[in-house]
Design a protein around this ligand. Structure first.
Ligand code: NAP
Length: 542
């Protein structure tokens, strides 16, 4: 066993749910941990994404860490979906109550991480030039955190504030009475527009691909509802653990849209139209796998969207057509008044796909092929380099001297989204080829698996854990096989970030395990119960 001692047993990046979860579980294992974050506060996504209207699309009461029954009972959510501030406050509450702050170093960007073959340690360097060693290096950087900044001619010439939605000025930005341009029309814009348009002089959305938009149907948390939740938390947590999407949803019990009469199908679609992604999972079980069932669901959403949009010309742009792409090939946004916002006089929609593409950004606004628009503020709501972006943003160098970015040039391979071959003693929380699900559920499950693996290492005196190449090949093949059987595989046609198809210069790829989060959690448990057959454990000569 190596005699050299690292500065920390564990260094993790990202003080969001992953970082806080790691502090709890790693500390409980009796090991030292430091979590670095470049932000000025804990919160991860909910520190960065403070744009107007920013809120979770998961329901609040299971969008949380579950390791402490006391915390679950003490914290009170105010609504079905918390806004960014409330989730951020919750995360500060967790850090305070669990005395996590001594383990967190904020305002510190990690600029490189390099595996050291002789010791089995990682050398981690910060932007201020400091460096630290650790035995285990863990990314908790989030799967949707690295923004896509489009290359638009003249962008640097704009005189007013211009920034990505996830980099909303931390000190706030007064947009009341201002003319705002938003480029992009995904989940972020769907949340942002209804709030901004209430006080901005005008908001103009530059739109490319239409989305299937589901209603959120926000509602306040009542004392009765809160009581019911708090009396049933064990059941709620179990529901998340056993659900394909990691959410506390009921199932459709095997019911199939294609085997249901049109009248009954319509009745069920209507009855379950109660907001959130529940509708997709609680109506019928074949919506995401059977093209015919998918079309039935898509048509229902199309009709619902059209009912809520006053102007047929606007509807023509906003509402997808059946032949465009299947429901869920792009991640559907949840709506808090987005469609209705287009009835306001101060809201404008510009079709930059078929009618007037953007030519350039000028000193004063945006010029399309047909018009010139003047703005005080421009927001780039242009999405994220999902799953791999944060891990490729700075050099993370493994045992063969290769960086993750180099390794993933053509294919973003992993073992269950947590380990990568040739990157010993390194783990990722929800990396590529993990499922897309309620994130706190997946994050906590990953953190427990990682911690248990580390505990084995320490208990049995190992220095190095090496992810096996054959296990990585097998997981990648399995993930690709499942992916190809789903309708999500068509996301490549419509720039879906779920396949990295929104990234210029990169081929679309399989980024998500679509076999069901519950099946994935079972596989992870099986791996731990079988003593991690995907990994090789080694002792170094002293
Ligand atoms: P997104 O869904 O990827 O949407 C990006 C938008 O920008 C799309 O309309 C895209 O058009 C457009 N776009 C990209 N590059 C462009 C360019 N060069 N010129 C013009 N338009 C461009 O990104 P997002 O809205 O930030 O959401 C991403 C994901 O983050 C969501 O799906 C969700 O998982 C997560 N999110 C979650 C929440 C929540 O849970 N509360 C809130 C916001 C975001 P095309 O579609 O044509 O490419």
């Amino acid at each position: 066993m190596t005699t050299q001692h690292p500065d920390f047993d564990v260094i993790a990046i990202g003080a969001g749910f992953a970082g806080l979860g790691l502090i709890h579980y790693i500390r409980e294992a009796g090991l030292s941990i430091r979590v670095f974050d470049r932000a000025a506060d804990v919160g991860g996504t909910w520190t960065w994404n403070r744009y107007p209207g920013s809120m979770t699309d998961s329901e609040s009461y299971y969008y949380c860490l579950t390791f402490s029954k006391e915390l679950l009972q003490e914290w009170s959510w105010t609504a079905r979906y918390p806004d960014w501030k409330e989730t951020h406050d919750y995360m500060r509450f967790v850090a305070d109550k669990c005395d996590m702050w001594p383990h967190i170093q904020l305002n510190t960007e990690i600029t490189s991480a390099e595996y050291q073959k002789d010791t089995g340690h990682w050398l981690v360097t910060t932007g201020n030039g400091d460096s630290f060693t650790c035995k285990y290096f863990i990314s908790g950087m989030g799967m949707i955190s690295e923004p896509v900044i489009p290359k638009i001619k003249g962008m640097e010439t704009f005189k007013g504030p211009l920034f990505h939605s996830s980099r909303w000025p931390q000190e706030g930005l007064d947009y009341a009475g201002k003319r705002v341009g938003i480029i992009g029309a995904g989940a972020t814009t769907v949340q942002m527009l209804p709030v901004m348009s209430k006080t901005a002089e005008s908001v103009t959305v530059f739109h490319r691909t239409s989305n299937f938009i589901l209603p959120a149907m926000q509602k306040p948390m009542t004392p009765e509802w809160e009581k019911e939740i708090k009396e049933n938390y064990d059941e709620i947590i179990a529901k998340c653990r056993n659900h394909v999407f990691g959410m506390a949803f009921d199932t459709a019990d095997g019911r199939k849209a294609v085997e249901t009469s049109p009248e009954e199908r319509q009745r069920i679609f209507e009855e379950k139209w109660v907001g959130s992604f529940r509708w997709v999972f609680e109506t019928f079980d074949d919506l995401l796998a059977d093209p015919e069932a998918n079309r039935m669901a898509s048509q229902f959403i199309i009709d619902k969207m059209k009912e809520r949009i006053e102007d047929p010309e606007i509807a023509e742009i906003l509402v997808p057509k059946l032949e465009d792409y299947p429901l869920f090939a792009k991640r559907p946004p949840l709506d808090h008044g987005y469609l209705e916002a287009y009835s306001r006089d101060n809201v404008h929609l510009v079709d930059i796909k078929d009618r007037e593409p953007i030519v350039e950004i000028t000193e004063t606004g945006v010029r399309t092929t047909e018009n010139e628009f003047e703005f005080d503020i421009i927001v780039l709501a242009t999405g994220f380099k999902a799953y791999t972006g944060a891990l490729e943003a700075f050099p993370i160098r493994g045992a063969k001297g290769q960086t993750l970015a180099e390794k993933w040039k053509d294919e973003s391979k992993s073992i269950m989204g947590v380990c990568v071959a040739d990157f010993p003693n390194m783990f990722m929380v929800t990396g590529p080829q993990a499922p897309f699900a309620n994130l706190p559920t997946s994050i906590e499950q990953n953190v427990i698996w990682i911690t248990n693996c580390i505990k084995k290492m320490e208990r049995e005196g190992y220095d190095v854990v090496k992810p096996r190449q054959d296990a990585e090949d097998a997981w990648t093949a399995h993930t690709a096989e499942i992916h190809d059987q789903t309708l999500m595989a068509e996301g490549g046609k419509v720039n879906s970030w779920m396949m990295g198809a929104n990234l210029e210069g990169k081929a679309p790829r399989v980024l998500i395990y679509f076999g069901g989060a519950n099946v994935y959690y079972d596989k992870m448990d099986e791996s731990a119960n079988q003593d991690y057959p995907e990994l090789e454990f080694e002792k170094l000569a002293v």
